[in-house]
Design a protein around this ligand. Structure first.
Ligand SMILES: NC(=O)c1ccc[n+]([C@@H]2O[C@H](COP(=O)([O-])OP(=O)(O)OC[C@H]3O[C@@H](n4cnc5c(N)ncnc54)[C@H](OP(=O)(O)O)[C@@H]3O)[C@@H](O)[C@H]2O)c1
Length: 278
């Protein structure tokens, strides 16, 4: 069953991991700063999804945004990636766990659908397993039932994606990966995505790449454009077609991250940054 395109596809996603009790306030700050894409997960170990929902409710109440303005993305996380605070019955089969996790996410976020539902990570680092096939099929059914507009996968290798494709299952609309410059900014996975019109979401663009932030080329582009080095990295990510994530806790950095599209990069600069570290 085909679904309508999401109402919006923002240029940037605000990530809500690791914010604990500051989640409502920082999510509210991000919405006020202008972020319209929010990334969370029903994984209490690293995220407070209910806190994101609190911020959304307040933002609707205060007239900052409406639900239709937003792109909300959450994730299904396997038992192995969770602590004891589970959003599903661990004794249930995976299909049931997906349904329970989704119901809990919708309750946390105060909505009847998310714009994107992402498999947080495959069951094995070595390949796409039977468990992944069952979970993915359950997620696609959630999409077909209207509780998610799109489905995606995270923390995947090229091998995972090739095996998923070979299985004949539906391809993801989003791939969300940690993006290391030393492997050509996840070159192989990005090429797979580009060839299939899959949107590549990059996280840890700053924290995974200190050698890029410290590189003279990035410093000179930042100086020339009166920008910061993180802005150069985010502008580069946009230029190569990524949908970047930032989880900044700083109002000033939120403003800078959202303004990064204003920095002009030449095609030669984009090419040079792409091959800077690997
Ligand atoms: N799928 C997954 O498994 C997975 C894993 C990890 C993360 N994620 C998602 O990705 C989001 C982002 O995570 P991340 O790993 O990229 O790290 P992050 O939490 O965004 O951390 C980025 C770091 O960069 C700094 N920063 C951001 N903008 C800056 C700027 N303009 N100038 C200077 N420093 C800046 C931040 O410091 P300040 O706070 O001081 O600005 C922070 O220390 C998470 O919240 C989560 O939603 C997903």
């Amino acid at each position: 069953m085909s679904t309508p395109p999401p109402a919006i596809q923002p240029p940037f996603l605000y990530g809500t991991a690791w914010k604990e009790e500051r989640t409502p306030a920082l999510t509210a700050l991000a919405l006020r700063a202008g972020f319209r894409g929010i990334d969370t997960a029903n994984q209490r170990r690293h995220y407070v999804e209910a806190g994101v929902g609190e911020a959304l409710a307040a933002a609707y109440r205060d007239g900052v945004v409406t639900r239709a303005d937003l792109f909300l993305q959450t994730k299904f996380t396997y038992r192995g990636g969770q602590d004891h605070r589970l959003p599903y019955d661990p004794a249930a089969d995976l299909t049931t766990q997906v349904a329970q996790s989704m119901a809990s996410s919708l309750e946390h976020l105060g909505t009847d659908h998310v714009d994107s539902y992402v498999l947080h990570g495959p069951a094995s680092g070595h390949g796409w397993t039977e468990a992944d096939a069952e979970t993915w099929a359950a997620m696609v059914r959630e999409r077909d039932a209207g509780r998610a507009r799109r489905v995606g996968v995270s923390n995947v290798s090229l091998r995972h994606l090739e095996q998923l494709e070979a299985s004949g299952a539906e391809l993801p609309v989003f791939v969300q990966n940690r993006c290391f410059a030393r492997v050509g900014w996840d070159r192989d996975v990005r090429a797979f995505c580009a060839a299939r019109h899959i949107v590549y979401q990059g996280f840890s663009l700053l924290t995974a790449n200190p050698e890029v932030l410290g590189h003279p080329l990035v410093a000179s582009i930042a100086a020339r454009g009166r920008a910061t080095r993180p802005q150069v990295v985010f502008r580069f990510a946009l230029a190569v077609g990524m949908l970047p994530l930032t989880g900044t806790s700083s109002a000033e950095h939120m403003r800078q991250d959202l303004a990064s599209p204003d920095l002009a990069l030449t095609p030669a600069e984009v090419e040079a940054i792409e091959s800077l570290a690997g």
